[in-house]
Design a protein around this ligand. Structure first.
Ligand code: GLU
Length: 497
């Protein structure tokens, strides 16, 4: 199914604020967003908060932050408003009541007085019976029902599923799905607290909000036929439904459970949107990676910015089969985007990691120079302080032994270090052009490997095993600190004798 670029869609992302925002939700939002932006349509954020028992305070804020972090902005939503609001389902309660009543009046739903505990549902499940087979309320005439309601009897509203026949619903990437009505039950539409369940609310809202296309996870496939029934009962046209695959665990064996997500998190692999940033991932990388879990362009091209995705996204390339999460790929994309952004941008993004690690960053120019040096090496923003923290320290503390080069002893290392100190003091500047040859000549003169010369410099200047290229490093550290650190290196070696 091709959705033409010139036909604007109205799509929605409709999360429930029941916990932290999962990558899977981020991906669903992304696909909807791409479709909206590609066709010049609208992307709507609707908060499905009717399940008050599972409501989590702060989840909505986290969700919005997560979407914004990914770069997905919405045209209508609880915070920005729009012509089809309110966009929070608990604020639309009366609407659902009205439509539920319509279904009752048209004979498609009924008041059910079996209370949650004694509705025999559990028992019926055990006996493989449907609720409708044991429910005494199903055939209660409306006058009697109204009386019970008036006298305050607790009740829910259930869909009156036909016992015979079949229903066919259609998914744009899966084709037609036909099920026997006998396999469907009398689902609850409105709970005893008067709030609708998802099945009713989603139909009413998608209709009233004029949603033309709905991308949601395949976890909704089992109740998709029920939604088809409700649409038919109202006589409404359905949106085009698209159910992309769910995620599998990284090993490909089975669906991700909550516990799997937690285990991944413990292993340093993010799965909730807000953790990606904390763990040093760029939103550009997450967008690119998430888009490809279940969608491909041409089986070759892998790198897509958000704008490129908008340009290239197509529903027919969404996969109906489940896809395993591949974190190695995420790391790869992260490296790609770290190198793709401007050094100025990178400097901004690494700054909080230095600050969190306890560094005071007041020299923005220096930060930019450091960013330029780190840019070619970083795989993850969290590595920045470990790689470049020494630039912002007053002093570094190498171990004396590490200052001794290969096949050298403390004495020869000290002799070399003293020569290095003199050479550096006499260098007019630390550029590669100026400094490289003199160091090489020195190695020859001292009859040692050039690696030992640079090894001493690196250790004494950075106290790290690996560092950015030494001359650029020296230029950023500056002559005064370079000399002080070399001097300390000399002293440390002296102390070994
Ligand atoms: N509130 C549902 C969820 O969070 C939305 C599903 C849909 O997009 O229709 O899964």
């Amino acid at each position: 199914m091709t959705i033409k670029k010139e036909n604007p869609v109205r799509v929605r992302f409709a999360p429930s604020p029941t916990g932290r925002t999962h990558l899977g939700s981020g991906r669903t939002a992304l696909y909807n967003y791409l479709l909206a932006r590609r066709t010049g349509g609208q992307f709507i954020l609707r908060i499905e908060d009717t399940d008050q028992k599972r409501f989590v305070e702060g989840a909505e804020e986290e969700l919005m932050q997560g979407l914004r972090w990914l770069g997905l902005d919405w045209d209508e939503g609880p915070d920005v408003g729009g012509d089809y609001g309110p966009y929070r389902q608990t604020e639309r309660r009366e609407l659902y009541a009205k439509y539920a009543k319509e279904l009752i009046e048209s004979g498609h739903a009924y008041y059910c007085f079996c209370t949650a505990k004694d509705d025999g549902h559990e028992e019926a499940k055990g006996k493989r019976q449907q609720h409708r087979d044991i429910c005494p309320s199903r055939e209660v005439v409306s006058a009697e029902a109204s009386q019970k309601i008036a006298s305050g009897t607790a009740h829910v509203i259930r869909y009156k599923m036909p016992r015979e026949g079949k229903i066919t619903v259609e998914d744009a990437i899966r084709g037609e799905i036909t099920v026997e009505n006998a396999t469907l039950d009398d689902y609850i539409l409105v709970k005893s607290d008067g709030l609708p369940v998802y099945h009713l609310a989603v139909v009413v809202d998608d209709y009233l909000m004029k949603i033309t296309h709905a991308i949601r996870t395949s976890e909704w496939l089992p109740t998709f036929p029920l939604h088809g029934h409700i649409y038919a009962a109202f006589g409404w046209k359905q949106p085009t439904w698209i159910h992309p695959s769910i995620f599998l665990k990284p090993d490909g064996k089975g669906k991700m459970s909550k516990r799997d997500s937690e285990a991944l998190m413990e292993a340093g692999k993010p799965i909730f949107l807000s953790d990606f940033a904390k763990l040093g991932y760029l939103p550009e990388a997450v967008v690119n990676w998430a888009a490809l879990i279940g969608w491909s362009y041409d089986d070759k091209t892998e790198e897509f910015t958000l704008d490129e995705l908008i340009e290239k996204f197509s529903v027919e390339k969404l996969s109906p089969s489940p896809a395993a999460l591949n974190f190695t790929k995420l790391d790869h994309f992260n490296g790609v985007y770290i190198r793709a952004i401007s050094p100025e941008d990178l400097a901004k993004r690494i700054k909080p990691f230095f600050v969190d690690a306890g560094y005071e960053i007041d020299d923005e120019k220096k930060l930019l120079r450091v960013a330029k040096l780190l840019q070619v090496r970083l795989k993850n923003l969290t590595e920045s302080p470990a790689m470049g923290g020494f630039f912002f320290k007053d002093e570094v503390f190498p171990e004396a032994e590490t200052l001794i080069g290969k096949k050298m002893d403390a004495e020869s290392a000290l002799a070399l270090a003293r020569e290095i100190e003199i050479l550096v003091a006499n260098l007019p500047d630390f550029s590669m052009d100026t400094a490289n040859q003199p160091f090489r000549d020195l190695a020859k003169k001292m009859d040692t490997k050039v690696g030992n010369v640079f090894g001493f410099l690196r250790d004494s200047l950075t106290a790290q095993k690996v560092s950015p290229p030494i001359f650029e490093t020296m230029e950023i550290i500056g002559r005064e600190k370079v000399m002080a650190r070399i001097e300390r290196g000399v002293e440390l070696l002296d102390g070994l004798l």
